[in-house]
Design a protein around this ligand. Sequence first.
Ligand SMILES: *Cc1c(COP(=O)(O)O)cnc(C)c1O
Length: 412
Amino acid sequence: MSHLFIDLELRHGARNYLPLPMVLERGAGVYLWDTAGRRYLDMMSAYSAASFGHSNPELVGALCEQAGQLAVTSRAFYTDQLGPLLETLCAMTGMARALPMNTGAEAVETAIKAARKWGHRVRGIPDGRARIIVAAGNFAGRTTTIISFSSEPQNRDGFGPLTPGFDIIPYGDAAALEAAITPETAAFLVEPIQGEAGIIVPPDGYLRAVREICSRHDILLIVDEVQTGLGRTGRLLACDHEGIRPDALVLGKALGGGLLPISMFLARADVMDVFRPGDHGSTFGGNPLACAVALTALRILERDRLAERAAELGAYLIEGLRAIRHPAIRAVRGRGLLVALDLRPEWASARTFCEALMHRGVLSKETHRSVVRLAPPLVITRAQIDSALSAITAVLAELARPVTARAGELVA
Ligand SMILES: *Cc1c(COP(=O)(O)O)cnc(C)c1O
């Protein structure tokens, strides 16, 4: 049965992903079920998009109610859903204005356009000259402009010509930012924790330092919280850990409540006000259906104190992983429920590890060769974390010795 669906994707789809070999057909809360009826604990939650759990009944209720009322109108008209969402998001994040898009990449593109135009109009950088500084290891999506500033060769190779105007500096190094700023620099675009790079947490004080540098040089600090935002790291925003407020902010993923795509670019008024009617837009951006779901998601986030929950359960997960003390573990790191289990490659690749976890009923995804991402829905319980920890312990126990030693024995 599952082979049929896998075959269909392989025969008719682009092969731009390499999914784990099982076919999902249902989800509820932290669990997913495959076509064979096997249940899995989701320790990956669609890269944070499913933070509220799968098919969260309250969110499904909001979705159905709004779908039967009014779903898509385009921004050619006002609706009774967009304004309340923008107001709520601005109040929660301390930003003045918000512009809705659909995917994270589109919201990052919006940030890039705003920064460039702000650089020209407000800062007086000649048109077409504004530059944006980014950090090595960044991930901000897959559009042609966004891959242009990726430091990962696979993201770029063969897709040129690329978009100019970006400068890449090392991540976590505030002095490198200061050194890279020129009179043509309009903004620094950065993730407060780099998710796709392997859940890289910068040194303490990094965000405070870059905040100060950006203010002193009058360049925009744009924080990409598409993955880290909305409670994932134990605070509403990951930059709240250092008590800083960026000049602009990008949200996505969890904002859609695990049901549909909606993203947001938020900014200071003087930044957002560079956009005039006709400058920018999106057919589906800010549609009432997505707005109703997002507003409900934000209410659940606050009411159920999911950020606090992520802080508490994330600490519990990290503590549990550190207590395992297996030589295959190179490092355990993260913040809140965004956690990396970094493996020594001579023991197991992260991909092999994820396949073994799958056979034990736990789903995760590798990032790069060595990192197993552990980022469950924020509604996970302590007991469910315990069962993930037992599965991880069991998989580690099967890795009796390093792979190279075993391969050597075979050769001998
Ligand atoms: C996933 C991600 C994006 C892109 O979001 P899409 O919805 O996949 O376009 C941008 N920034 C960060 C930090 C992300 O993790």
